[in-house]
Design a protein around this ligand. Structure first.
Ligand SMILES: Cc1ncc(COP(=O)(O)O)c(C=O)c1O
Length: 437
């Protein structure tokens, strides 16, 4: 019997989690298989896994899929499950996008590649809109159309960061940011924000963690998972202090259209933004077009000219029919996301009321995106809590630990896709759960 290192069991445990029933319990089984219990097939898998570098093997998948799979199982068994889990809006694409997609089918060019950075007419009109929304001076040459925000982030990171560099992630962070940094072989440095009430990122959080190996800081504004927008003064300070040190700011502004008090403040509005700011954006959430896979990277044209090499090697161009659909939305329906603010605020109010009615929960409502990052008094294992809430209350929540160590003791509750009634019912069920827990 060959000796199989313990690390293989870790990888094997993940494989089980993804490809078996997906039940939550399997996530805690790392390293528990005894070598004698391994079948021939298991050994083959283990040998193959040794060829996967540890920078990939050691990345943990977030618990979203297992939770959703379990929710589907419960629904199939006849239970009424409410999801406050997924970061989805309740609406789909605007009619202008669908009309443009229909029209695109008769356009021969839809079957071809576009240029690497994306269709010029789309980049031109998008730059025009972003100049107003972000208060920046961007032009078409400063934009690359990508296959969504995650792809834009991967593109930016591959262009600007070397393996071994340090990348600071104010925490709680968006899980995929950390995964991407690690996949590149860079070091993800978790920087907990000091203000756990507002979750606002401050320069004083970041300054002590900057070293001569720091290459980039990732901001998420407004934040997934906390919903906190960046304070404009602090944002300006962060961008300029990092510029002085030659450090890049990768600012994921996926939720730029969902700021409910005042207007969105972008890092690209700093007059000297071109020296160190990259903004990541997407049509997934604001235009209800997750499956169309279109986003963008906004950076000075000199950075885009380098990034386009990676774009060419990775995907050549974003899906052309999706680019055409999005162009319709940008031209005709730029205010579409704002038309849902009142509805989202009603859902948010239902969440505020529900949290207030549960003594163990604490949340200072944040003014952006569609999340509450709710502290649970006495909770030290948010994954177990989310599992119990799903099994016993039939409510999907996301454990705070999925967003970094500093997220432990919290749950992320999304009000983006659940109706007011569904949020109320979910919170009633959680109240009953906590009354007996
Ligand atoms: C902050 C943030 N960035 C990126 C993404 C991924 O977006 P896309 O579908 O455009 O890749 C999400 C999705 O939840 C997100 O919340």
């Amino acid at each position: 019997m060959p000796v199989v290192p313990e690390v293989l069991f870790r990888g094997f445990g993940h494989w089980n989690l993804r490809h078996r029933s997906g039940t939550l319990g399997t996530s805690g089984t790392h390293g528990t298989l005894a070598p004698l219990a391994l079948s021939h097939r298991c050994i083959t898998i283990a040998v193959v896994i040794t060829r996967v570098p540890s920078r990939v093997r050691d990345i943990e998948l977030p618990p979203f899929d297992p939770l959703n799979i379990r929710a589907a199982e419960l629904r199939a068994a006849g239970h009424h499950v409410i999801s406050l889990g997924q970061a989805l809006p309740f609406f789909g694409p605007p009619p202008s996008a669908l009309a443009a997609a229909h029209q695109a089918l008769d356009n021969r060019e839809v079957h071809l590649y576009s240029t690497d950075p994306g269709i010029l007419s789309l980049r031109t009109v998008l730059a025009e809109r972003l100049r107003e929304t972000l208060r920046t001076d961007a032009s078409a040459d400063d934009l690359i159309i990508t296959a969504g925000a995650n792809h834009a982030f991967t593109l930016a990171l591959n262009t600007l960061v070397d393996p071994g560099d340090e990348v600071l992630l104010p925490a709680p962070f968006f899980t995929n940011h950390e995964m991407t940094v690690r996949a590149l072989g860079a070091t993800a440095v978790e920087v907990p924000v000091a203000d756990c009430d507002t979750f606002s990122v401050r320069w004083s959080d970041l300054a002590p963690r900057v070293t001569n190996r720091t290459r980039a800081v990732v901001l998420c504004n407004p934040s997934n998972p906390t919903g906190a927008p960046l304070d404009p003064q602090e944002g300006g300070l962060i961008v300029s202090e990092l510029a002085r040190r030659g450090i890049m700011v990768l600012s994921d502004e996926t939720y730029m259209h969902f700021v409910y008090s005042g207007s969105h403040w972008s890092c690209a509005s700093v007059p000297a933004w071109r020296s160190n700011v990259v903004v990541i954006g997407t049509f997934s959430k604001s235009f209800g077009m997750m499956g169309w896979r279109v986003g963008f990277m906004l950076a000075d044209a000199s950075i885009c000219a380098e990034a386009v090499k990676i774009q060419d090697a990775m995907i050549i161009c974003a899906p052309v029919i999706s680019q055409m659909a999005v162009e319709g939305a940008v031209r005709e329906s730029w205010d579409y996301p704002a038309s849902f603010h009142a509805d989202l605020l009603a859902r948010r109010q239902a969440l505020i009321d529900g949290v207030r009615a549960i003594p163990r929960l604490r949340w200072t409502p944040t003014a952006g995106a569609f999340f509450g990052f709710v502290r649970v008094d006495g909770c030290t294992d948010s994954a177990a809590l989310a599992g119990a809430l799903l099994e016993q209350a039939h409510v999907v929540t996301i454990p705070g630990s999925a967003f970094g160590r500093s997220g432990e003791g919290h749950l992320r509750l999304s009000y983006g896709s659940a109706s007011v009634e569904a949020v109320r019912t979910a919170m009633e069920r959680m109240k009953t759960y906590f009354a007996h827990a």
